[in-house]
Design a protein. Structure first.
Length: 602
């Protein structure tokens, strides 16, 4: 894997100015914590954390958390968010993407609320690249383009160039090299205008990668070496590690294995100094390939084991789902607050009681006055009824009816363990490619048409919609009230979705427009169901059943309904099923899978 240069280091605008501290000065900073004001302590903790980042990351986390605790105590959202952002960045560079994305979203909400454009842009850039590292290119592009839009609007040249670089990286990951080169060259031009050496180094490296893909190896080496020289001049060890690895890959492509190994060794040494597991993973993987090509299979195997050990901790499909769920929660924060709707209803009821008292008291003063207030009372009561109806409708758009009723009655809803639930996942094929052919308005329109129809289909078959995750759709049968028809309900719903998409595809082909194709996966098993959050919440489900249902979708085929063996046992007498045998699913091993073809005629 080639190393692209992506986002810059986070910017900290601390209350007091503190220079980068050597060991003696670090001790001095620690001593100053005893007499500093609380505001100064935040700055000192953050500075100490920054000093410890490369050599003692665990200590860095401790100091960042100490600074965050003080910032929250002072209710200083700006400094709290900067601490979250720093931890997110630190976790990102250590390959701990779950923890990284969690802190970055915390920071993002605060930056947006406080109109901190530069920090918002920085945070969006990291979120985008975290998604890109996991292969979630649609989400990566959404957040990175948002960063670019804000940067251009605010007139920030550097941030604009960085966002262009990151968009190029996303296209590069999708092997769209012409678009990647276009964005890399735009970024290089902008960095040269700003005379930013670090930015120029990054952009040169990325242009070199395109030459490499085009097999112009001499040109690629020329640019990579220029990038390495700038990284060394700037004492940027991460940049040096990336350049070492990229140069090694060029020599590997030229079959000059001895030189390639020399540069890989330099990358490993630098990565170990930085505790950068991502660089180590890629280095061991490359070494394994080089030794295999050289016929040194014992060394190839040894390095492959080192690669696998690190890879297992960095990348798995579970983290992809968690990323998508965190993104969904972030978007859900912008929706109506259902708890506030409930509180509003209580306020309305209280207002009704007060007006009733007024009418009763006024009656003593005269019948004519009572008539006047009675008129007002009945008018207001009608408004209150309408408001209550709207409140209930909005609440039911967020929660199942049974859960909403429990929430209104008790003020809370307990989580449930439901033994038999059937979970359905859908995902559109080639969504990124289609999105490039449509305007944002057209894309949202087409998605809305599809998901609105999916909602109607779910309601028709007694299924509960759980959420959408980008272009994916998730629903479940057999909850919140258990039933015995959930598996058949899910299959019927899936077949109807497939028919709807096929009909839409035929219409789009006839009119020469881009069209959606869908994969559908279904699995049956136990789940935990409940409300996420305290004030702003959503109804969600968890458990291995959810993960396996997702595997059914990703292991399926376009235009097919792929079900697990457990679901098959429940529906085999009602539907025609084609056995696929045992199919390997990531982190699940081999699973019996079947394609549903339609309703059985038996």
């Amino acid at each position: 894997m080639r190393f692209l240069y992506l986002v810059p280091l986070p910017v900290f605008c601390l209350i007091i100015q503190l220079a980068a501290a050597p060991a003696a000065k670090t001790d001095s900073l620690k001593n100053s914590l005893k007499t500093a004001s609380e505001l100064e302590k935040i700055a000192i903790n953050y500075q100490l954390a920054a000093d410890y980042e490369q050599l003692h990351p665990d200590s860095a986390f401790s100091y960042y958390n100490a600074g965050i605790a003080l910032a929250r105590k002072l209710k200083n959202d700006s400094l709290t968010a900067k601490g979250y952002n720093a931890i997110g960045y630190l976790n990102f560079n250590r390959g701990k993407y779950n923890e990284s994305i969690e802190y970055l979203f915390k920071a993002l909400k605060m930056f947006e609320s406080n109109n901190m454009d530069k920090m918002t842009i920085n945070c969006l850039q990291y979120i985008g690249m975290a998604y890109n590292e996991q292969g979630l290119h649609d989400q990566a592009m959404n957040y990175t383009k948002l960063a670019l839009e804000i940067s251009k609007t605010a007139g920030y040249k550097y941030s604009t160039a960085v966002s262009m670089t990151n968009i190029g990286a996303i296209y590069y990951a999708q092997q769209d090299f012409s678009k990647a080169l276009d964005y890399f060259q735009q970024a290089l031009h902008t960095m040269e205008e700003a005379n930013d050496k670090q930015g120029i180094s990054d952009a040169i490296n990325n242009v070199a990668l395109i030459y490499e893909e085009q097999k112009q190896y001499d040109k690629a080496l020329e640019y990579h070496i220029r990038s390495l020289q700038l990284a060394e001049e700037l004492k940027n060890k991460r940049g040096m590690a990336a350049s070492y690895h990229n140069i090694a890959l060029v020599y590997k492509s030229m079959n000059r294995f001895a030189v390639a190994i020399k540069y890989i060794d330099s990358c490993i040494t630098t990565a170990q100094e930085l505790d950068e597991k991502f660089y180590l993973r890629e280095s061991y993987h490359t070494l394994s390939e080089i030794y295999a090509l050289s016929g040194k299979y014992d060394l190839a195997y040894k390095n492959h084991l080192l690669f696998s050990a690190i890879n297992d901790t960095l990348l798995n499909n579970e983290s992809k789902k968690q990323f998508a769920e965190m993104s969904t929660k972030y978007e859900a924060e912008k929706k109506d607050n259902a708890i506030l709707l409930l509180n509003k209803e209580k306020e309305i009821q209280y207002e009704l009681m007060q007006r009733q008292k007024i009418v009763r008291n006024i009656f003593i003063g005269g019948f004519a006055v009572v008539l006047l207030f009675a008129s007002v009372f009945f008018t207001q009561r009608n408004k209150i009824k309408k408001g209550k109806k709207l409140s209930d409708e909005l609440l039911l758009n967020i929660l199942p009816e049974e859960v909403a009723d429990e929430l209104k009655e008790k003020g809370e809803a307990e989580a449930q363990l439901i033994d038999h639930v059937t979970v359905l996942f859908t995902d559109f094929k080639g969504f990124t490619a289609i999105s490039e052919q449509l305007t944002p308005k057209e894309l949202v329109r087409d998605l809305n048409v599809c998901f609105s129809e999916f909602d109607r289909i779910m309601e028709k078959h007694g299924m509960e919609k759980i959420k959408t995750i980008g272009d994916s759709y998730m629903a479940a049968g057999g909850l919140p009230t258990p039933n015995t028809t959930h598996a058949a309900d899910a299959v019927n719903a899936a077949l109807e979705i497939r028919q709807f998409i096929d009909e839409g595809k035929a219409r789009k082909i006839a009119s020469g427009e881009p069209y959606f194709e869908v994969r559908i996966g279904i699995h049956t098993g136990p789940v935990v169901a409940g409300i996420v959050g305290v004030k702003k919440f959503s109804y969600d489900i968890w458990g291995d059943t959810v993960n396996t249902a997702s595997r059914m979708e990703s292991s399926g085929e376009v235009g097919k309904v792929n079900i697990s063996g457990k679901t098959y046992e429940l529906v085999k007498d009602k539907f025609n099923c084609t056995p696929r045998g045992k199919i390997h699913a990531k982190n699940k091993g081999s699973i019996d899978m079947y394609f549903e073809e339609g309703i059985s005629e038996r």
